[in-house]
Design a binder for this molecule. Structure first.
Ligand code: NMX
Ligand code: MLT
Length: 441
């Protein structure tokens, strides 16, 4: 794989940079931690390093240094499509280099060749009651693939042989596992969808189509080219949001114990399934529809909407899709999806309402100074787009987020192994210890 060559080429320089920092500047202080930060979700404490992506509070995400509009513009596309090949995005995340068409295509072809899903994975999913949440099925299906982990078997094998597995080579097995897992995600996600809501169909992967279009085809949207483009857009922009969000942080932590890619990504998906994180996208469309229902199915005018939103906030309700732990501006991932919506489906009433809420809500949320970011995040519009194109089962939306997020999670994990990061083990204190520190201050 070209991707392996590209990483191998850069390896000595990266390792050298990290070694220099650790040996020459190991005692350099990066930041202080306050009592409020300890109790407040470790917000703003700079305890990680990752070069896969970075979220600037006032600009939003950059994936390997590129903004969302730049990523959408520069990555290779399939003829006839306006949105990138996910294979190209993965090449960028993994190698820190923009791929050419052949390199993006090679990743796509690798996925096609690794896409066969063992029968027992379908059986595991079928064992669950049909009303099980799709994220549970998704996480379980990833776990069901774990016995095929090349890293886990190689690691176990070297314990009993004289031939060791050099630490510097772990990453190659993590990358193999990552490629094998990602290749199977369209098949797994689509089967969960088909099992729960359609005809229980298992659709095999078509090497003629890219990863995104394969997923669309597998859920019955072979003819819907616009939906396929929406999938490409969705999968690219949800792939990563630096290392500190719940799913990335969780999977990275788990992998630091040398748990393999399957164990680590399933853990990350369990975090993504929380309503304050990925699950928010299913809540957003539900909320949008409830607001319309409160107005007899119509889109309320600005004044009516303002009153309605104030009442909700006064009742202590959370408005899904608004706010962010790091961002202090409108999420650029919201913006590009809103642009897609205005271009192709501007007459959709849910999109109209989302636009109106966007006009009206930020100043209201900002009023009491409590909400640190009164602007929409990525989830505020995801569901409405899926809903428009006929994917109307809200609880499935986080699986789409998960498919995409695994691209980023695995890039973080593989690079953790490349740079030889040790097991994570921060230190905890007791309340009494903090009280003693407070007394002395
Ligand atoms: N509606 C109402 N109140 C809010 C909102 C909102 N959308 N966002 C924050 N607040 C409240 C929050 O509950 C907290 O109140 P209290 O002190 O009474 O607990 C207060 O404002 C301060 O919260 P922040 O410091 O601004 O936000 P925090 O960093 O703790 O949490 C979120 C960030 C994203 C978890 C929070 O804004 C939220 O729950 N938003 C709605 C859910 C959502 O959209 N999640 C998706 C996140 C993106 N993703 O894809 O993962
Ligand atoms: C994400 O994409 O992970 C969310 O925006 C949450 C975050 O960054 O904390």
């Amino acid at each position: 794989m070209k991707m392996i060559e590209a990483i191998t080429e850069q390896l000595p320089a990266w390792r050298e940079r990290v070694n220099r920092l650790r040996t020459q500047f190991g005692s350099l202080k990066v930041c202080d931690v306050t009592v409020e930060q300890i109790y407040g979700g470790i917000r703003g404490v700079q305890i990680q390093v990752s070069d896969i992506s970075y979220v600037d509070p006032y600009e939003g995400i950059r994936l390997r240094g590129y903004t969302i509009p730049e990523v959408l513009e520069y990555l290779p596309k399939k003829p006839g499509s306006d949105f990138p090949l996910v294979g190209g995005l993965y090449y960028l995340l993994m190698t820190d280099r923009l791929p050419n068409e052949a390199e993006a295509d090679e990743v796509e072809q690798e996925w096609a060749s690794r896409s066969q899903i063992p029968e027992h994975v379908y059986q595991v999913i079928r064992q669950f009651p049909r009303d099980t949440h799709p994220m549970t099925l998704f996480s379980v299906a990833i776990m069901a693939l774990q016995p095929s982990s090349q890293f886990a078997s190689k690691y176990a094998e070297q314990m009993f042989t004289s031939e060791g597995l050099p630490k510097g080579d772990y990453w190659k097995y993590y990358l193999e596992d990552s490629m094998n897992l990602i290749a199977k995600l369209p098949g797994i996600a689509s089967f969960i969808y088909n099992y729960k809501y359609r005809n229980e169909e298992i659709v095999s992967y078509s090497p003629e189509l890219d990863w995104s279009a394969n997923f669309a085809r597998m859920i019955g949207k072979a003819e819907d080219l616009r939906y396929q483009d929406l999938c490409r857009l969705f999968f690219v922009i949800h792939s990563d949001h630096e290392g500190g969000n719940v799913s990335a942080h969780t999977s990275y932590l788990v992998s630091s114990a040398l748990s393999d890619v399957y164990l680590s990504c399933a853990a990350g998906m369990n975090g993504l399934a929380g309503p304050l994180h990925g699950l928010a996208n299913q809540e957003c469309i539900r909320w949008v529809l409830q607001v319309r229902e409160a107005f007899g199915g119509h889109v309320p005018g600005k004044e009516e909407l303002t009153d309605h939103l104030r009442r909700q906030l006064q009742a202590g309700k959370l408005i899904p899709g608004y706010g962010h732990a790091v961002l202090r501006v409108t999420d650029p991932r919201f913006t590009v999806q809103y642009e897609f919506a205005k271009k192709y489906i501007s007459n959709d009433p849910n999109i109209e309402l989302i636009g109106r809420v966007f006009e009206v809500l930020p100043p209201i949320l900002a009023e009491n100074g409590k909400v640190k970011n009164p602007y929409p995040n990525v989830d505020a519009i995801n569901g409405a787009l899926q809903y428009h194109y006929g994917v109307k089962e809200f609880d499935f939306y986080t699986v789409l987020f998960g498919m995409s997020r695994i691209l980023g999670l695995t890039a973080h994990i593989v690079w953790g192994r490349i740079l030889g990061k040790p097991i994570e083990r921060p230190k905890s204190l007791t309340t009494a210890m903090l009280e003693q520190l407070a007394e002395k201050s």
